[in-house]
Design a protein around this ligand. Structure first.
Ligand code: MG
Ligand code: MG
Length: 251
């Protein structure tokens, strides 16, 4: 668990501001007919225009047999996370998760949103709303003096009674100098357990939920997770910085 210096925190806040603007821009460009490869190219263009680096491109997580080939993770409908952009054209009614990471002055941030392509169905809107609210609940539970389990529990609780299933094997993480750092932040757990949340800690919180059952499996591309039952999945993520005065959502 790494505690960032004042200078690093300032760079992180600027990195987060840039990441947030780019993600909002990309979400605004989602429309029927656009391909995931076009969205990825646009993400890389916008990141590099700011003099920053796309950190997912070339990133090789432990256990992967090749680096991730894109700047933007794009997961459509039953794809859960880590989707690889290809020539797929988005269709009216699809839901699409855009997951963006960038490095500014060596500081890395990570953020994701799920949006509909044009208008979608009521169940997909409810899934996206519930998952976004779970991220709000997770952020509200993340404060100095608490424990990582408080965040996990708040996330899990946000899905209770919703009819949707939080994905248990994926979750949030420390971030800053690397894309994935300690601690892992599970999306289910018990309050008062796990590492202490201390000022200077930077976390990427990311609830992920399926409209059907919680089971997910990895596709043959070695990156994309998809739901086992074919139901749709939503994903929202912010990078946050814990400060003495309170928690800052930096993306
Ligand atoms: Mg992410
Ligand atoms: Mg992440």
């Amino acid at each position: 668990m790494v505690i960032r210096t004042a200078e690093q925190r300032a760079d992180l806040i600027e990195a987060g501001r840039r990441c947030g603007i780019i993600l909002e821009t990309l979400a605004g460009e989602v429309r029927p007919g656009i391909t995931t490869a076009e969205l990825d190219a646009r993400a890389e263009e916008l990141i590099r225009a700011g003099g920053d680096d796309p950190v997912f491109k070339g990133y090789k997580p432990e256990g992967a047999n090749r680096p991730f080939p894109a700047a933007l993770g794009i997961s459509v409908n039953d794809e859960v996370v880590h989707g690889i952009p290809k020539g797929r054209a988005l269709k009216e009614g699809d839901i699409v998760s855009l997951d963006l990471g960038l490095s500014h002055n060596g500081m890395i941030v990570d953020s994701a949103v799920t949006v509909s392509v044009g208008k979608t169905d009521p169940k997909s809107y409810a899934l996206m709303d519930t998952t976004r609210l779970a991220l709000d609940a997770a952020i509200a539970a993340a404060h100095g003096g608490g424990r990582i389990g408080d965040i996990s529990h708040a996330t899990e609780e946000a899905f209770e009674g919703s009819g949707f299933s939080v994905v248990k094997i994926l979750g949030g993480h420390g971030v800053g100098a690397e894309v994935h750092e300690e601690p892992f932040v599970a999306n289910v757990g018990h309050p008062g357990t796990g590492p202490e949340i201390v000022p200077g800690l930077v976390l990427a919180l990311e609830p992920i939920a399926n409209a059907g059952r919680a089971g997910v499996h990895m596709l043959s591309d070695g990156y994309t997770f998809a739901t086992k039952d074919g139901s749709r999945s939503a994903h929202f993520e912010h990078t946050i910085l814990i400060e003495e005065e309170g928690t800052i959502v930096i993306t």
